[in-house]
Design a protein around this ligand. Structure first.
Ligand SMILES: Nc1nc2c([nH]c(=O)n2[C@H]2C[C@H](O)[C@@H](COP(=O)(O)OP(=O)(O)OP(=O)(O)O)O2)c(=O)[nH]1
Ligand SMILES: [Mg+2]
Length: 133
């Protein structure tokens, strides 16, 4: 069974987060995601986060805080999501790989838009009072 470690970034600004649409031909395609991707051999999670967020949404990550870690088994693939809040970045995010992207209010996030592993992320984000600042 394939097992991957994925660095995931919750890009936050004024109570909103930037999400992107996974291409149809990828694992969990057609679902919205928080940008990120596989941590490569010899790479730290922070380095992977910086690299993936530059590649996928064109931002430069300046600061991140660990948020939570989730293990999920999709049956065809096991993932460990290492999720970080990105609270300082430069450049305006956009779908740099031609994927759709949009800002959405944390309160308006719906678990059903995302892969199953994300339900716990949405729940915790919506419980975190400190995110409102
Ligand atoms: N980026 C991201 N991946 C997620 C989320 N939720 C979730 O279950 N995943 C899963 C889907 C994929 O199986 C895996 C991400 O791996 P991926 O194959 O897209 O990684 P990648 O961006 O490096 O893709 P690639 O360029 O190597 O094709 O994590 C999420 O919110 N964001
Ligand atoms: Mg990715």
């Amino acid at each position: 069974m394939q097992h991957v470690l994925v660095a995931v970034g919750i890009v936050l600004r004024q109570g909103q987060t930037f999400i992107t649409l996974r291409p149809d031909d990828k694992h969990q395609g057609g679902k919205w995601e928080f940008p990120g991707g596989k941590v490569e051999a010899g790479e730290t999670t922070f380095a992977a986060l910086k690299r993936e967020l530059d590649e996928e949404i064109g931002i430069e990550v300046k600061h991140s805080t660990a948020f939570m870690r989730i293990e999920h088994d999709y049956g065809d693939k096991q993932v460990t999501l290492d999720i970080h809040i990105i609270d300082d970045f430069s450049n305006e995010p956009y779908g740099r790989e031609q994927q759709q992207g949009r800002w959405v209010a944390i309160d308006a996030l719906q678990s059903s838009q995302f892969p199953a592993a994300n339900a716990l992320i949405v729940e915790k984000l919506q419980q975190s009072d400190w995110l409102a600042v």
